[in-house]
Design a protein around this ligand. Structure first.
Ligand code: ADP
Ligand code: MG
Length: 398
């Protein structure tokens, strides 16, 4: 297969590992360009599987499914970081182009490796991680310095949306938290005083062309992304320049092809710090579906097919509001699921609603999002606030 020419043209098959909402948007972007898509996800009702030409309903290490996928697709990408390294390596051995590759994914899926990577690249990026310690065994806790408290203990692997994290105040709390997280390898991070959070989606083509997409300013609630604003209201030129430089260095150091997200913290004193990277499109880039000339998902498709990158320009200020499963639960009628009032929400002229096709709304489960496009972020925020009122959002900011 590897002797066939590039770029890969439609209607060829592209493959995506994982069938969640990120996979679904990848499928839609690929199909818009005329590609066919093969999704691998064990969930029979996965959002991407529902709309792909082929849905292989199997585990990520299922040899038969992997072989079928390798025979169907000359290029495969991923929507989540926890893909087994052997799966990626298998595809590569079969001559499939896999982007991002297992090197980048292995760093992003392990907070210990990720932090080390941030430290190592710090001289070039100019941006470092927050003060942290690695906790792999009980004796590592003895080496922790007092200044780190209050801190957040995070499992090294398999954490997302604030899961696998506990805030700890002191040594006793640390020991308790480590035990309750299962004594698995963790990083202990100082809980820093955040002024605000930013994320940068950076894209690199096979030919080393690099684009930084518009930077988003993000608000989290309970460790889950709640809202993204673009252009970032509180950013200044210095931070913008720092992020551009750091993102370019990191994506090139990783020899990364595809779409990557870098999350940043801005401290109260203006210091920029790096939080984590995601080797895939990101929730904070969902605004680009409606606000940019080329969305993060179209960029993912283009990089995978080895086509030129699209223009990442922002066409309109935008606010993205996440819709969690909590909204489906009727507040007065505990346990009763009812559909939110889309009729009223869609009466807001700036609202672009995206639902992910998930049949089971659960608490904290990402069910959809709304992009509000307006003349300014402030005006878009007004619409977002109106939608939150209609939908009955509770304001329990962390
Ligand atoms: P996840 O993998 O779940 O996204 P993160 O490490 O990004 O985990 O943490 C989720 C959110 O928790 C962050 O976006 C931020 O709001 C908050 N957070 C995480 N680490 C810190 C920290 N060291 N100090 C302050 N807030 C933090
Ligand atoms: Mg995060």
């Amino acid at each position: 297969m590897s002797d066939q020419s590039w770029p890969l043209y439609p209607p060829s098959f592209l493959g995506i590992l994982g069938g969640g909402q990120l996979g679904r948007f990848f499928v839609q972007a690929a199909q818009d360009l005329g590609y066919q898509v093969c999704v691998l996800d064990p969930d029979p009702e996965s959002p991407a599987g529902q709309i792909a030409q082929i849905h292989l309903q199997a585990n990520y290490d299922d040899q038969d499914a992997l072989l079928t996928m390798a025979r169907t697709c000359r290029a495969i990408s991923t929507e989540f970081e926890n893909v087994p390294a052997n799966t990626i390596n298998f595809f590569v051995e079969q001559g499939v182009f896999v982007a991002p590759d297992s090197f980048a994914v292995s760093i992003a899926q392990n907070r210990i490796k990720e932090k080390l990577f941030f430290q190592q690249t710090r001289p070039q990026t100019g941006v470092g991680p927050v003060h942290y310690h690695v906790i792999e065994q009980a004796t590592d806790m003895d080496k922790v310095d007092l200044e780190i408290f209050p801190a957040i203990l995070k499992t090294s692997q398999l954490g997302y949306d604030g899961k696998g994290q506990q805030t700890v105040k002191d040594f006793a709390g640390l020991r308790e938290a480590w035990q309750s997280l299962g004594n698995v390898p963790c990083v202990l991070e100082k809980k820093v005083d955040l002024a605000f959070e930013l994320s940068a989606i950076i894209v690199r083509g096979f030919d080393d062309e690099v684009h930084l997409m518009p930077i988003a300013q993000n608000i989290h609630q309970n460790g889950i992304l709640h809202l993204s604003m673009v252009p970032a209201p509180n950013i200044n030129q210095h931070i913008q320049d720092q992020i551009l430089r750091a993102a370019q260095v990191m994506i090139r150091e990783l020899h990364y092809v595809g779409v990557m997200c870098i999350e940043f913290f801005v401290l109260k004193d203006g210091t920029l710090m790096i939080n984590e990277i995601a080797p895939r499109p990101h929730n904070s880039g969902h605004h680009s579906l409606d606000s940019c000339v080329t969305s993060q998902f179209e960029q993912q498709v283009r990089t995978l097919a080895k086509l030129p990158l699209g223009n990442s320009k922002l066409m309109s200020p935008v606010v993205m509001l996440n819709l969690l499963g909590d909204l489906w639960t009727d507040g007065d009628n505990k346990g009763v699921k009812s559909s939110p009032n889309w009729n009223q929400v869609l009466a807001i002229p700036t609202a672009k609603l995206h639902l992910y096709g998930k049949s089971e709304p659960k608490i904290a489960r990402k069910m959809g999002h709304i992009n509000f496009l307006d003349e300014s972020v402030d005006l878009a925020l007004e619409s977002a606030n109106r939608a939150m009122e209609i939908l009955g959002f509770t304001t329990n900011k962390e």
